[in-house]
Ligand binder design. Structure first.
Ligand code: C5P
Length: 398
């Protein structure tokens, strides 16, 4: 919620006091919070309480605070990235459904085209009243999100549907207003960079991977609303923000970290260049220079992706095939052997493709043989294409 501008409208219900906690939580999560109250709401909670919690002046009257806001309802509507109305009374619902503008709150709502979340709270009979239900239907049909009231004891002494949901649930619903991407609510694991296999404490066997492609995929998945874990070997770029970053060295460590979360993710995009071999007995001390030939005995590394292919349940699996010849043939073979949904193949020797550069020339090969050939494009643009396809396959799985 960092730097999101949230405008909270508080109307005159007893549950107004609970919205103090909502404002506080949103503020703590990094949002800029402004509160506007109806006259009746100020009978339940003092504007000063919201002012102290949010650090911002609270607006009540259309013409009250002319020094700060020349045209208050327009200024407040422009400030908001989203508007929350909580608690929303039956009176507010009726006015908002019909576009009435008889106070600051309703006028601001009409002046705004931003996402609107409404949390009704009232006596059960008032909530169930056909007029209220019809007003809710109208508001929903115009795109407003309505948070269902909770059931329990009500201020009027009865029990039933009509309680304002808990502050934590209201805040989660506000956050959800911003998670509109194709991967929202999905967990994606991306691997990037090259693994490092120790020869001794100083030297290692590595490869030319820069981690650019994997980091762009991770960034694109974050932008699509996913919860992303990026497990990276050696990378030359800064990992993107807003994800869980796990740094590893060897293929063995990468395998361990991948297997720890594999069961919990919806897709794995394995773009890391994982070394196929490691040194059998890395030296504990720096190997000294000699005139003799140096023999390193190499043993096979685990093939992480192949293992995931045998373990996979509903996870979407995407592999990469960085080749120097017979690209499509080799890629197709790997697609089948590793039980992948699709594989991204590229000739790393082609100009503008492969390691270190910011562009790539790739093909996507699907199970069943369909091939998509892409022209040279930025790794960022290719990442978007890959992530779009992952979202489509996840969607098909339901
Ligand atoms: O078989 P090859 O190494 O060419 O396959 C490449 C694909 O398999 C990439 O997606 C890479 O991340 C993955 N891989 C792996 N473990 C290995 C080698 C490759 O997961 N040991």
């Amino acid at each position: 919620m960092l730097d999101k501008n949230i405008l909270i409208g508080v109307t005159g219900g007893i549950a107004a006091y609970k919205v103090v906690e909502v404002a506080s939580r949103l503020k703590k999560s990094g949002a800029n919070v402004r509160v506007m109250m109806t006259r009746h709401a100020t009978e339940f909670v003092s504007p000063r309480t919201f002012q102290e919690i949010t650090g911002n002046a609270v607006s009540v009257d259309m013409f009250g605070d002319a020094a700060n806001f020349h045209v208050a309802h327009i200024a407040l509507a422009d400030f908001a990235d989203a508007i929350l109305v909580a608690p929303a009374t039956a009176n507010f619902l009726a006015k908002a459904a019909h576009g009435l503008c008889d106070d600051l709150l309703t006028t601001t709502i009409v002046a705004s085209d931003k996402p609107l979340l409404i949390a009704p709270s009232m006596n059960t009979k008032m909530f169930d009243n056909p007029a209220t239900q019809e007003n809710l239907r109208i508001l929903r049909s115009r795109g407003a999100k309505i948070l269902e009231p909770a059931t329990g004891s009500l201020a009027c002494g009865t029990s039933g549907k009509g309680r304002l949901p808990e502050a934590v649930d209201i805040c989660a619903a506000v956050e959800k207003l911003f998670a509109t991407g194709t991967l929202s609510g999905k967990k994606i694991l991306v691997t990037a960079g090259g693994t490092v296999e120790a020869i001794d404490p100083v030297r290692y066997i590595g490869n030319r991977s820069s981690g650019r492609m994997g980091c762009e995929i991770a960034r694109s998945a974050v932008d699509a609303g996913a919860q992303v874990t990026l497990i990276a070997g050696k990378i030359e770029v800064t990992p993107p923000p807003n994800l869980t970053f796990v740094s590893v060295e060897s293929a063995t460590q990468m395998r361990e970290e991948v297997l720890k979360i594999f069961d919990t993710v919806d897709a794995v995009i394995m773009s890391a260049a994982v070394a196929d071999f490691r040194v059998k007995n890395p030296s504990a001390q720096k190997i000294k220079k000699s005139d003799e030939t140096l023999m390193l005995e190499l043993v096979k590394n685990p093939d992480i992706l192949r293992e995931l292919g045998t373990l996979k349940k509903t996870q979407v699996l995407v592999g990469f095939a960085a080749e120097t010849q017979n690209v499509l043939d080799y890629a197709n073979k790997k697609l089948v052997e590793k039980n992948l949904d699709f594989i991204v193949a590229n000739d790393v020797t082609a100009e503008g493709a492969g390691f270190g550069v910011s562009t790539n020339i790739a093909s996507i090969i699907w199970r069943g043989g369909n091939v998509e050939n892409f022209a040279k494009m930025s790794k960022s643009a290719l990442a978007t294409k890959i992530v779009e396809r992952v979202a489509t396959v996840i969607g098909r799985h339901g």
